[in-house]
Design a binder for this molecule. Structure first.
Ligand SMILES: Cc1cc2nc3c(=O)[nH]c(=O)nc-3n(C[C@H](O)[C@H](O)[C@H](O)COP(=O)(O)OP(=O)(O)OC[C@H]3O[C@@H](n4cnc5c(N)ncnc54)[C@H](O)[C@@H]3O)c2cc1C
Ligand SMILES: *[C@@H]1O[C@H](CO)[C@@H](O)[C@H](O)[C@H]1NC(C)=O
Ligand SMILES: *[C@@H]1O[C@H](CO)[C@@H](O)[C@H](O)[C@H]1NC(C)=O
Ligand SMILES: *[C@@H]1O[C@H](CO)[C@@H](O)[C@H](O)[C@H]1NC(C)=O
Ligand SMILES: *[C@@H]1O[C@H](CO)[C@@H](O)[C@H](O)[C@H]1NC(C)=O
Ligand SMILES: *[C@@H]1O[C@H](CO)[C@@H](O)[C@H](O)[C@H]1NC(C)=O
Ligand SMILES: *[C@@H]1O[C@H](CO)[C@@H](O)[C@H](O)[C@H]1NC(C)=O
Ligand SMILES: *[C@@H]1O[C@H](CO)[C@@H](O)[C@H](O)[C@H]1NC(C)=O
Ligand SMILES: *[C@@H]1O[C@H](CO)[C@@H](O)[C@H](O)[C@H]1NC(C)=O
Length: 589
């Protein structure tokens, strides 16, 4: 047996292994597409928060210019004055965000000015949250796909408005990818092993195998939720960058029920500003700060579990023990498949939607000899915190640094190939978020409890078994080594300090253990302000007035195979709903 842990080896062919290889995503476009920024929108209404007045008034104040916040602000600005407060900067003109080739660059930049803020959950999995206008749509792998009709029904959404809202976003940010040989082999392999039928290219969520959309256009340029601000009414909206909201301000309207008046935010010089909602009307503050930021801000503002708030000397506005509960991150597990033949560079294009609750996706890449930056980044690179070769809690900064160093010493051939990954639906396992400090810039403590629910583990095992069968399929034969050639490849790489294969050195290691030890994140974390627990079905925060939460923190499970389409849809959808509600109310006054 070769060293390391093979997932299976039934037919004498190397089947694959998890690894910490940098996924090579250097785009064929890396040579000269920076000029594409010429086509990026420029917004007259976007400013540095240092220019904001000390006090200002708006009909709607939206906290967080992310994937939900941008479409929401654009929609409300059609009829009302809107302030959009984003703690990060602009995505425009930053090639780390715009170019597909640079995937991972922003997440490997750990400086305070980075568009990404790293966090490590109590589970030990290294993760990232957005800090930029456009939110995580500026960092993500671009896959674009809708939620299922069942998900829409269970959410209690209006199906027609949902479809119109998806289309509204799609006109600006969704594209059909060009499918090349390696992705085509994954597609054919999935069908060969029974993930049927083939549904072609579609945004719809249907059992079987399909090609989904992408927010990268044909030239490899990313289109983010910030692009949806092209729909805004320029005279109705102000977007402030580097505006970090520290607190939501409450008062009472002569009753005991707390009502929101506005927010305080700090600019990049630390100067405090206040923004108030216009009194007397149906004006509101809407929090769209994402699954980490939204529950954290509610707690910092006095809405959360009273004992926890008191422990941090935060005065309690509303004792709400469910704020920060129901946090989940769908576990991702992947198998690296070294390829004897060249493969194209691809991010996620194909997805297998299985009947047993696993979604199978894939990304491929190729090393360009000569020290390109490509090997540094990618969906599976330790540079961005992905490290599946050691169990989560052993992924210390030292171990991570060693993996990064070791990667740069690897032979180019070791990088040729691709990853086939699985994400489980749901998940059923949940955890929680707790404050660590009173500083909004500090990450709270987050626990996801990966695989706590045995059903989640079962889905992972079935997903990994299916991936093995795809790799062994006839369709995939041109992209796998035979066993003997694989030994040669291993000989090239095994002496390097990197642990290419998981530590388990015997083949009796169970797939259950494999799932636990090699778990990574696919960054689809959600929850913390869930519908039915913290907000009602109109996304109004229970127990207080003039406050809503609209973003991924409200989800009870991750929508579709990947969530961003539905997060954007929700921003637009709720914008339209709020306008309609208010029109109906004021029309009848
Ligand atoms: C690396 C990565 C890869 C992914 N890949 C995919 C994929 O291929 N396909 C897919 O569908 N999904 C993908 N996702 C998931 C998807 O992008 C997210 O689920 C979604 O974008 C979350 O949207 P949101 O609006 O809830 O939060 P975000 O988009 O994160 O928006 C929250 C915003 O609020 C701001 N904010 C937070 N706190 C404050 C504050 N106090 N004051 C002011 N502003 C604040 C943040 O800076 C941020 O801009 C990926 C995510 C990541 C990170
Ligand atoms: C915002 O403006 C201030 C003052 O003009 C400047 O010092 C700061 O660098 C700007 N911030 C950013 C991040 O552009
Ligand atoms: C791009 O990413 C690299 C690597 O993380 C970083 O060094 C660089 O400063 C980033 N550039 C911008 C414009 O953010
Ligand atoms: C919305 O579109 C989906 C296909 O994308 C379709 O299945 C569904 O029936 C549509 N819903 C309504 C209410 O038209
Ligand atoms: C809370 O306030 C008390 C009294 O002022 C102080 O002793 C304590 O350290 C504070 N705790 C925190 C977490 O700030
Ligand atoms: C594998 O490659 C050979 C030679 O290019 C080609 O003839 C064959 O069709 C390929 N097999 C598959 C399953 O794609
Ligand atoms: C791999 O290297 C070992 C010694 O390091 C050698 O014995 C073996 O033959 C090599 N295998 C292949 C396939 O090259
Ligand atoms: C093989 O793996 C199993 C399961 O992880 C473990 O219990 C056993 O001790 C291992 N055996 C050896 C020889 O390492
Ligand atoms: C928005 O304003 C326009 C006129 O400016 C009006 O015709 C329209 O009905 C309003 N829509 C809503 C939803 O309030």
């Amino acid at each position: 047996m070769m060293a390391g842990y093979q997932v299976h080896n039934r037919q004498g062919r190397y089947v694959g292994a998890a690894s910490a290889f940098g996924m090579i995503l250097l785009s064929i476009f890396h040579m000269g597409f920076y000029a594409a920024s010429a086509s990026e929108p420029t917004y007259s209404f976007m400013r540095n928060a240092t220019e904001a007045p000390a006090v200002s008034y708006y009909d709607y104040i939206i906290v967080g210019g992310g994937t939900a916040g941008c479409p929401l602000a654009a929609t409300l600005s059609q009829n009302y004055s809107v302030l959009l407060l984003e703690r990060g900067g602009s995505p425009y003109g930053n090639p780390n965000i715009t170019n597909l080739a640079a995937f991972g660059a922003a997440m490997s930049d750990l400086s305070l000015s980075s568009p990404s803020q790293r966090f490590i959950s109590e589970d030990g999995v290294i993760n990232s949250r957005a800090r930029v206008l456009g939110g995580a749509s500026c960092l993500n792998a671009g896959f674009y796909t809708r939620a299922s009709p069942e998900y829409v029904r269970d959410a209690g959404w209006d199906g027609n408005l949902v479809n119109e809202s998806y289309q509204w976003g799609e006109r600006k940010v969704a594209f059909e990818p060009t499918v090349r040989q390696w992705q085509a082999a994954v597609r054919d392999g999935l069908m060969e092993v029974g993930v049927q039928p083939y549904n072609g290219f579609t945004y719809d969520h249907i059992y079987g195998t399909k090609i989904g959309g992408t927010i990268f256009d044909e030239a490899g340029n990313r289109h983010t939720a910030a692009d949806l601000l092209q729909y805004a009414n320029p005279t109705g909206i102000t977007v402030l960058l580097y505006a970090s909201v520290h607190k939501i301000l409450f008062g009472t309207r002569g009753t005991s029920r707390p009502v929101v008046h506005g927010v305080t935010f700090r600019d990049s010089r630390g100067i405090k500003h206040r923004a108030y909602v216009r009194p007397g009307g149906a004006s509101e503050v809407i929090v769209s700060a994402g699954a980490i930021g939204s529950p954290q801000l509610l707690m910092l503002s006095g809405v959360g579990p009273a004992d926890q708030l008191r422990a941090h000397n935060i005065s309690v506005v509303l004792d709400q023990p469910l704020v920060g509960q129901g946090m989940s991150d769908n576990p991702m597990n992947a198998i690296f498949v070294p390829s004897p033949s060249p493969v194209e560079i691809s991010l996620i294009q194909v997805v297998g939607i299985t009947q047993f609750g696993s979604y199978i996706e894939a990304a491929s890449g190729e090393n360009f000899a000569g020290g390109s930056s490509a090997r540094d980044y990618g969906m599976f690179s330790p540079k961005i915190g992905q490290l599946s070769t050691v169990p989560p809690k052993q992924r210390t900064p030292e171990v991570l640094a060693k993996a990064v160093e070791a990667m740069s010493a690897l032979d180019a051939a070791a990088f040729r190939g691709g990853f086939i990954l699985e994400k489980i639906m749901g998940p059923l396992s949940t955890g929680h978020l707790e404050l660590r400090t009173r500083d909004v810039d500090d990450n709270p403590s987050i626990t996801f409890n990966y695989f706590k629910d045995p059903e989640d583990l079962r889905r992972c095992v079935q997903g990994i078994s299916t991936i093995e069968r795809v790799i062994e399929s006839r369709s995939f034969v041109n992209f796998t080594y035979d066993y003997f050639s694989m030994q040669q490849l291993l000989n090239m790489t095994v002496n390097s300090p990197i642990n290419l294969l998981p530590k388990h050195r015997n083949s009796s290691t169970s797939l259950e253990q494999y799932c636990r030890d090699s778990v990574m994140t696919i960054w689809h974390y959600h929850g913390g302000c869930q519908v039915g627990k913290v907000v009602d079905r109109d996304y109004k925060v229970l127990g207080v007035d003039a406050l809503r939460v609209i973003d991924g923190s409200t989800f009870n499970s991750s929508p579709g195979t990947n969530p961003q389409a539905t997060v954007m849809m929700l921003g637009r959808y709720m914008g339209v709903q709020i306008l309609n509600e208010r029109l109906a109310r004021e029309g009848s006054d």
